[in-house]
Design a protein around this ligand. Structure first.
Ligand code: NAD
Ligand code: IPM
Ligand code: MN
Length: 350
Protein backbone atom coordinates (compact mmCIF):
# COMPACT_ATOMS: atom_id res chain seq x y z
CA UNK A 1 0.00 0.00 0.00
CA UNK A 2 1.33 3.39 -0.98
CA UNK A 3 1.50 6.33 1.42
CA UNK A 4 -0.91 9.01 0.24
CA UNK A 5 0.70 12.45 0.51
CA UNK A 6 -1.01 15.76 -0.18
CA UNK A 7 1.56 18.24 -1.46
CA UNK A 8 0.55 21.77 -0.60
CA UNK A 9 3.32 24.03 -1.96
CA UNK A 10 1.45 27.31 -1.39
CA UNK A 11 3.06 30.66 -2.08
CA UNK A 12 6.44 32.31 -2.54
CA UNK A 13 9.35 29.96 -1.86
CA UNK A 14 6.89 27.23 -0.81
CA UNK A 15 6.76 25.53 -4.25
CA UNK A 16 10.55 25.86 -4.66
CA UNK A 17 11.39 24.10 -1.39
CA UNK A 18 8.61 21.49 -1.62
CA UNK A 19 9.93 20.46 -5.06
CA UNK A 20 13.31 19.67 -3.47
CA UNK A 21 11.75 17.76 -0.59
CA UNK A 22 9.80 15.69 -3.10
CA UNK A 23 12.95 15.04 -5.14
CA UNK A 24 14.53 13.51 -2.07
CA UNK A 25 11.43 11.53 -1.07
CA UNK A 26 11.24 10.11 -4.59
CA UNK A 27 14.82 8.88 -4.40
CA UNK A 28 14.05 6.73 -1.34
CA UNK A 29 12.33 4.06 -3.39
CA UNK A 30 9.25 3.96 -1.17
CA UNK A 31 5.68 3.68 -2.42
CA UNK A 32 4.48 7.29 -2.27
CA UNK A 33 1.42 8.62 -4.04
CA UNK A 34 0.97 12.37 -4.32
CA UNK A 35 -1.77 14.80 -5.02
CA UNK A 36 -0.54 18.33 -5.66
CA UNK A 37 -2.87 21.07 -4.44
CA UNK A 38 -2.81 24.40 -6.25
CA UNK A 39 -4.25 26.32 -3.31
CA UNK A 40 -2.55 29.65 -2.76
CA UNK A 41 -2.96 33.40 -3.24
CA UNK A 42 -2.90 33.03 -7.04
CA UNK A 43 -6.11 31.06 -6.69
CA UNK A 44 -7.39 33.85 -4.44
CA UNK A 45 -6.68 36.40 -7.16
CA UNK A 46 -8.74 34.25 -9.57
CA UNK A 47 -11.58 33.07 -7.36
CA UNK A 48 -11.60 35.15 -4.20
CA UNK A 49 -10.61 32.15 -2.05
CA UNK A 50 -7.17 30.69 -1.24
CA UNK A 51 -8.59 27.16 -0.99
CA UNK A 52 -11.89 25.45 -1.79
CA UNK A 53 -14.51 25.70 0.95
CA UNK A 54 -14.27 21.94 1.57
CA UNK A 55 -10.46 21.91 1.84
CA UNK A 56 -10.47 19.86 5.04
CA UNK A 57 -12.70 17.20 3.52
CA UNK A 58 -10.47 17.02 0.45
CA UNK A 59 -7.35 16.48 2.57
CA UNK A 60 -8.92 14.10 5.05
CA UNK A 61 -8.18 10.85 3.10
CA UNK A 62 -4.43 11.53 2.95
CA UNK A 63 -1.89 9.95 5.29
CA UNK A 64 0.01 13.22 5.58
CA UNK A 65 0.29 16.71 4.17
CA UNK A 66 3.59 18.29 3.13
CA UNK A 67 3.21 22.05 3.04
CA UNK A 68 5.57 24.76 1.78
CA UNK A 69 4.33 28.13 3.03
CA UNK A 70 1.24 30.26 2.69
CA UNK A 71 0.96 33.99 2.18
CA UNK A 72 1.71 36.69 -0.34
CA UNK A 73 0.59 40.11 0.79
CA UNK A 74 0.62 41.34 -2.83
CA UNK A 75 -2.33 39.09 -3.63
CA UNK A 76 -4.27 38.65 -0.39
CA UNK A 77 -4.26 39.87 3.20
CA UNK A 78 -2.08 37.58 5.35
CA UNK A 79 -4.84 36.75 7.81
CA UNK A 80 -6.88 35.43 4.87
CA UNK A 81 -4.15 33.47 3.07
CA UNK A 82 -2.97 31.59 6.15
CA UNK A 83 -6.49 30.54 7.14
CA UNK A 84 -6.18 26.98 5.74
CA UNK A 85 -2.97 26.52 7.75
CA UNK A 86 -4.62 27.41 11.06
CA UNK A 87 -7.81 25.66 9.87
CA UNK A 88 -5.89 22.41 9.37
CA UNK A 89 -4.12 22.61 12.72
CA UNK A 90 -7.46 23.06 14.46
CA UNK A 91 -9.75 21.05 12.17
CA UNK A 92 -7.43 18.03 12.14
CA UNK A 93 -6.68 18.44 15.85
CA UNK A 94 -2.95 18.68 15.14
CA UNK A 95 -2.45 19.82 18.68
CA UNK A 96 1.29 19.24 18.86
CA UNK A 97 3.66 21.39 16.87
CA UNK A 98 7.10 19.82 17.10
CA UNK A 99 9.90 22.23 16.22
CA UNK A 100 13.39 20.80 16.68
CA UNK A 101 16.48 23.01 16.50
CA UNK A 102 19.74 21.16 15.96
CA UNK A 103 23.00 22.84 15.05
CA UNK A 104 24.63 20.74 12.32
CA UNK A 105 28.34 20.60 11.61
CA UNK A 106 29.32 22.96 8.80
CA UNK A 107 26.65 25.56 9.60
CA UNK A 108 27.70 29.01 10.84
CA UNK A 109 26.23 29.62 14.28
CA UNK A 110 25.78 33.31 15.09
CA UNK A 111 26.36 32.57 18.80
CA UNK A 112 29.94 32.56 20.14
CA UNK A 113 31.60 29.45 21.58
CA UNK A 114 29.02 26.99 20.33
CA UNK A 115 30.14 23.77 18.65
CA UNK A 116 28.13 21.55 16.29
CA UNK A 117 25.36 19.65 18.10
CA UNK A 118 25.72 21.83 21.24
CA UNK A 119 22.34 23.30 20.36
CA UNK A 120 19.87 20.44 20.38
CA UNK A 121 16.44 21.44 21.56
CA UNK A 122 12.89 20.70 20.62
CA UNK A 123 10.09 23.17 21.12
CA UNK A 124 6.71 21.56 21.74
CA UNK A 125 4.27 24.26 20.78
CA UNK A 126 0.56 24.08 21.62
CA UNK A 127 -1.12 24.28 18.23
CA UNK A 128 -4.90 24.51 18.57
CA UNK A 129 -5.86 27.07 21.20
CA UNK A 130 -4.27 29.68 23.48
CA UNK A 131 -3.77 33.00 21.78
CA UNK A 132 -4.82 31.60 18.36
CA UNK A 133 -8.55 31.25 18.93
CA UNK A 134 -10.97 32.94 16.60
CA UNK A 135 -12.87 34.44 19.51
CA UNK A 136 -13.12 38.19 19.63
CA UNK A 137 -14.33 40.90 17.38
CA UNK A 138 -14.18 44.46 16.21
CA UNK A 139 -16.77 46.92 17.36
CA UNK A 140 -17.98 50.47 16.79
CA UNK A 141 -15.79 51.01 13.74
CA UNK A 142 -15.22 54.66 12.95
CA UNK A 143 -16.48 55.92 16.29
CA UNK A 144 -14.49 57.11 19.32
CA UNK A 145 -15.56 53.85 20.98
CA UNK A 146 -13.88 51.71 18.33
CA UNK A 147 -12.48 48.55 19.91
CA UNK A 148 -10.88 45.24 19.01
CA UNK A 149 -10.92 42.19 21.24
CA UNK A 150 -8.77 39.09 20.73
CA UNK A 151 -9.48 36.36 23.25
CA UNK A 152 -6.91 33.90 24.58
CA UNK A 153 -8.46 30.62 25.60
CA UNK A 154 -6.72 27.84 27.54
CA UNK A 155 -8.55 24.64 28.40
CA UNK A 156 -7.54 21.97 30.90
CA UNK A 157 -7.64 19.31 28.21
CA UNK A 158 -5.68 21.39 25.69
CA UNK A 159 -3.03 22.45 28.17
CA UNK A 160 -2.64 19.11 29.87
CA UNK A 161 -2.22 17.15 26.65
CA UNK A 162 0.53 19.41 25.32
CA UNK A 163 2.35 19.29 28.65
CA UNK A 164 2.15 15.50 28.68
CA UNK A 165 3.49 15.36 25.14
CA UNK A 166 6.45 17.52 26.22
CA UNK A 167 7.22 15.31 29.24
CA UNK A 168 6.91 12.18 27.09
CA UNK A 169 9.30 13.72 24.56
CA UNK A 170 11.78 14.58 27.32
CA UNK A 171 11.70 10.96 28.46
CA UNK A 172 13.08 9.85 25.12
CA UNK A 173 16.02 12.27 25.29
CA UNK A 174 19.35 12.22 27.09
CA UNK A 175 18.95 15.30 29.28
CA UNK A 176 15.29 14.62 30.18
CA UNK A 177 14.57 18.24 30.97
CA UNK A 178 11.46 20.33 30.27
CA UNK A 179 11.41 24.13 30.34
CA UNK A 180 7.87 25.47 30.51
CA UNK A 181 7.47 28.98 29.13
CA UNK A 182 4.81 31.33 30.47
CA UNK A 183 4.21 34.94 31.40
CA UNK A 184 2.49 34.30 34.68
CA UNK A 185 3.73 37.48 36.29
CA UNK A 186 1.49 39.51 33.98
CA UNK A 187 -1.12 37.10 32.56
CA UNK A 188 -2.49 35.99 35.86
CA UNK A 189 -5.37 33.81 34.70
CA UNK A 190 -4.25 31.72 31.74
CA UNK A 191 -0.57 31.49 32.58
CA UNK A 192 -0.97 30.80 36.28
CA UNK A 193 -3.43 28.08 35.22
CA UNK A 194 -0.76 26.69 32.84
CA UNK A 195 1.90 26.72 35.61
CA UNK A 196 -0.40 24.86 37.99
CA UNK A 197 -1.17 22.16 35.41
CA UNK A 198 2.56 21.85 34.67
CA UNK A 199 3.26 21.06 38.31
CA UNK A 200 0.39 18.56 38.33
CA UNK A 201 1.56 16.75 35.19
CA UNK A 202 5.22 16.80 36.33
CA UNK A 203 4.28 14.55 39.26
CA UNK A 204 3.69 11.72 36.77
CA UNK A 205 7.21 12.16 35.38
CA UNK A 206 9.62 11.95 38.32
CA UNK A 207 12.40 10.97 35.90
CA UNK A 208 12.08 14.30 34.03
CA UNK A 209 13.38 17.57 35.52
CA UNK A 210 11.39 20.76 35.10
CA UNK A 211 12.04 24.47 35.13
CA UNK A 212 9.76 27.42 34.55
CA UNK A 213 10.84 30.46 32.55
CA UNK A 214 9.11 33.71 31.67
CA UNK A 215 8.87 34.24 27.93
CA UNK A 216 10.88 37.47 27.90
CA UNK A 217 13.75 35.78 29.73
CA UNK A 218 13.38 32.78 27.43
CA UNK A 219 13.77 35.01 24.35
CA UNK A 220 16.98 36.32 25.88
CA UNK A 221 18.25 32.86 26.83
CA UNK A 222 17.45 31.39 23.38
CA UNK A 223 20.15 33.80 22.15
CA UNK A 224 22.46 33.83 25.19
CA UNK A 225 22.60 30.09 25.92
CA UNK A 226 20.53 28.14 23.38
CA UNK A 227 22.57 25.05 24.26
CA UNK A 228 21.03 25.03 27.75
CA UNK A 229 17.57 23.97 26.46
CA UNK A 230 16.37 20.41 25.94
CA UNK A 231 12.56 20.23 25.60
CA UNK A 232 10.71 23.54 25.67
CA UNK A 233 6.93 23.64 26.01
CA UNK A 234 5.03 26.80 25.20
CA UNK A 235 1.66 28.21 24.23
CA UNK A 236 0.73 28.78 20.60
CA UNK A 237 1.99 32.37 20.30
CA UNK A 238 5.02 32.05 22.55
CA UNK A 239 6.04 28.86 20.71
CA UNK A 240 5.66 30.65 17.39
CA UNK A 241 7.90 33.55 18.38
CA UNK A 242 10.54 31.47 20.13
CA UNK A 243 10.93 29.09 17.19
CA UNK A 244 12.02 31.87 14.84
CA UNK A 245 14.79 32.59 17.37
CA UNK A 246 15.57 28.87 17.64
CA UNK A 247 15.86 28.79 13.83
CA UNK A 248 18.24 31.71 13.54
CA UNK A 249 20.63 30.35 16.19
CA UNK A 250 21.00 27.09 14.24
CA UNK A 251 21.82 28.95 11.04
CA UNK A 252 18.62 30.56 9.80
CA UNK A 253 15.02 30.00 8.77
CA UNK A 254 16.17 27.65 6.04
CA UNK A 255 17.20 25.00 8.60
CA UNK A 256 14.10 24.62 10.77
CA UNK A 257 11.60 21.88 9.95
CA UNK A 258 8.42 21.14 11.85
CA UNK A 259 5.59 18.67 12.34
CA UNK A 260 1.96 19.43 13.16
CA UNK A 261 0.86 16.20 14.73
CA UNK A 262 -2.52 14.68 15.45
CA UNK A 263 -1.23 12.06 17.90
CA UNK A 264 -4.42 9.98 17.84
CA UNK A 265 -4.02 9.62 14.04
CA UNK A 266 -7.73 10.17 13.57
CA UNK A 267 -6.79 12.90 11.07
CA UNK A 268 -3.77 13.47 8.82
CA UNK A 269 -0.77 15.28 10.26
CA UNK A 270 0.98 18.12 8.44
CA UNK A 271 4.67 18.79 7.93
CA UNK A 272 6.14 22.16 6.97
CA UNK A 273 9.17 24.40 7.40
CA UNK A 274 8.97 26.90 10.27
CA UNK A 275 9.63 29.68 7.77
CA UNK A 276 7.11 31.54 5.67
CA UNK A 277 6.87 32.27 1.96
CA UNK A 278 9.91 34.61 2.05
CA UNK A 279 8.62 37.06 -0.57
CA UNK A 280 11.97 38.89 -0.49
CA UNK A 281 13.72 35.93 -2.16
CA UNK A 282 10.82 34.08 -3.83
CA UNK A 283 11.39 33.08 -7.43
CA UNK A 284 15.14 33.73 -7.30
CA UNK A 285 16.35 30.22 -6.46
CA UNK A 286 17.90 31.53 -3.25
CA UNK A 287 15.74 29.67 -0.74
CA UNK A 288 17.44 27.02 1.35
CA UNK A 289 15.34 23.84 0.99
CA UNK A 290 16.77 22.09 4.08
CA UNK A 291 13.89 23.13 6.37
CA UNK A 292 11.45 21.49 3.94
CA UNK A 293 13.67 18.42 3.55
CA UNK A 294 13.91 17.97 7.32
CA UNK A 295 10.12 18.37 7.55
CA UNK A 296 9.81 15.55 5.00
CA UNK A 297 12.07 13.44 7.24
CA UNK A 298 9.72 14.11 10.17
CA UNK A 299 6.84 13.03 7.95
CA UNK A 300 8.50 9.72 7.06
CA UNK A 301 9.22 9.07 10.71
CA UNK A 302 5.60 9.73 11.63
CA UNK A 303 4.41 7.45 8.80
CA UNK A 304 6.40 4.61 10.34
CA UNK A 305 9.51 4.78 8.16
CA UNK A 306 12.26 5.72 10.65
CA UNK A 307 14.89 4.22 8.34
CA UNK A 308 13.93 6.61 5.53
CA UNK A 309 13.84 9.53 7.98
CA UNK A 310 17.29 8.64 9.28
CA UNK A 311 18.62 8.42 5.74
CA UNK A 312 17.34 11.88 4.87
CA UNK A 313 18.85 13.37 8.03
CA UNK A 314 22.16 11.66 7.39
CA UNK A 315 22.24 12.97 3.81
CA UNK A 316 21.55 16.50 5.12
CA UNK A 317 24.31 16.06 7.68
CA UNK A 318 26.82 14.90 5.02
CA UNK A 319 25.80 17.72 2.69
CA UNK A 320 26.24 20.37 5.40
CA UNK A 321 29.51 18.99 6.74
CA UNK A 322 31.00 18.95 3.24
CA UNK A 323 29.78 22.49 2.64
CA UNK A 324 30.56 22.64 -1.09
CA UNK A 325 27.04 23.48 -2.27
CA UNK A 326 25.53 26.44 -0.44
CA UNK A 327 22.58 28.78 -0.90
CA UNK A 328 23.18 32.52 -0.20
CA UNK A 329 21.98 32.24 3.43
CA UNK A 330 25.16 30.16 3.94
CA UNK A 331 27.32 32.58 2.01
CA UNK A 332 27.17 30.49 -1.17
CA UNK A 333 26.01 31.06 -4.74
CA UNK A 334 24.16 27.80 -5.35
CA UNK A 335 20.46 27.49 -6.07
CA UNK A 336 17.67 25.80 -4.17
CA UNK A 337 17.63 23.00 -6.68
CA UNK A 338 21.43 22.50 -6.64
CA UNK A 339 21.21 22.01 -2.87
CA UNK A 340 18.38 19.51 -3.37
CA UNK A 341 20.45 17.63 -5.95
CA UNK A 342 23.46 17.52 -3.65
CA UNK A 343 21.41 16.14 -0.73
CA UNK A 344 19.85 13.58 -3.04
CA UNK A 345 23.33 12.57 -4.16
CA UNK A 346 24.33 11.98 -0.55
CA UNK A 347 21.45 9.54 0.06
CA UNK A 348 23.53 6.70 -1.34
CA UNK A 349 26.22 7.24 1.28
CA UNK A 350 23.67 7.79 4.05
P1 NAD B 1 9.55 34.43 6.42
O1 NAD B 1 9.87 33.26 7.26
O2 NAD B 1 8.89 34.16 5.12
O3 NAD B 1 10.90 35.24 6.11
C1 NAD B 1 11.71 35.78 7.14
C2 NAD B 1 13.16 35.92 6.63
O4 NAD B 1 13.74 34.60 6.51
C3 NAD B 1 13.28 36.57 5.26
O5 NAD B 1 14.44 37.35 5.23
C4 NAD B 1 13.43 35.37 4.33
O6 NAD B 1 14.13 35.65 3.14
C5 NAD B 1 14.20 34.39 5.20
N1 NAD B 1 13.89 33.01 4.81
C6 NAD B 1 12.72 32.37 4.99
N2 NAD B 1 12.77 31.13 4.48
C7 NAD B 1 14.01 30.98 3.98
C8 NAD B 1 14.67 29.91 3.32
N3 NAD B 1 14.06 28.73 3.09
N4 NAD B 1 15.95 30.11 2.92
C9 NAD B 1 16.57 31.26 3.14
N5 NAD B 1 16.01 32.31 3.77
C10 NAD B 1 14.73 32.17 4.18
O7 NAD B 1 8.69 35.43 7.30
P2 NAD B 1 7.89 36.77 6.91
O8 NAD B 1 8.69 37.57 5.94
O9 NAD B 1 7.49 37.36 8.19
O10 NAD B 1 6.56 36.25 6.21
C11 NAD B 1 6.37 36.21 4.80
C12 NAD B 1 4.99 35.63 4.51
O11 NAD B 1 4.93 34.27 4.92
C13 NAD B 1 3.84 36.32 5.20
O12 NAD B 1 2.76 36.33 4.30
C14 NAD B 1 3.52 35.43 6.39
O13 NAD B 1 2.20 35.53 6.84
C15 NAD B 1 3.81 34.07 5.80
N6 NAD B 1 4.19 33.02 6.75
C16 NAD B 1 3.70 31.77 6.48
C17 NAD B 1 4.10 30.71 7.26
C18 NAD B 1 3.58 29.35 6.94
O14 NAD B 1 2.97 29.13 5.92
N7 NAD B 1 3.79 28.36 7.78
C19 NAD B 1 5.02 30.90 8.29
C20 NAD B 1 5.50 32.19 8.54
C21 NAD B 1 5.09 33.25 7.74
C1 IPM C 1 4.25 29.55 11.75
C2 IPM C 1 3.61 30.79 11.16
C3 IPM C 1 2.11 30.78 11.39
C4 IPM C 1 1.86 30.79 12.88
C5 IPM C 1 1.39 31.94 10.71
C6 IPM C 1 1.59 31.91 9.22
C7 IPM C 1 -0.07 31.99 11.04
O1 IPM C 1 4.22 31.93 11.67
O2 IPM C 1 3.82 28.43 11.41
O3 IPM C 1 5.22 29.69 12.50
O4 IPM C 1 1.87 31.84 13.53
O5 IPM C 1 1.63 29.72 13.44
MN1 MN D 1 6.01 31.55 12.83
Amino acid sequence: MAYKIALYPGDGVGPEVVAEARKILDALGLPLEYRALDWNTTLYAKTGACAPADYLEQMRPFDAILLGALGDAKNAPDHVSIEPLLGMRKGFDQYVNIRPALLYEGVDCPIRNVKPYDIDMVVIRENTEGEYTTMGGRHYAGTPHEAAMQVSYFTRMGTERILRYAFETARTRKRKHVTSITKSNALKYAMVFWDGLTEEVAKDYPDVSLSHMLVDAAAMNFVRTPQSFDVVVASNLFGDILTDIAAIVIGGMGFAGSANINPTREFPSMFEPVHGSAPDIAGSGKANPIAAVLSAAMMMEFLGEPGAAGKIRKAVQLHLAEGKVRTPDRGGKNTTSEVGDDIRGKLEKA
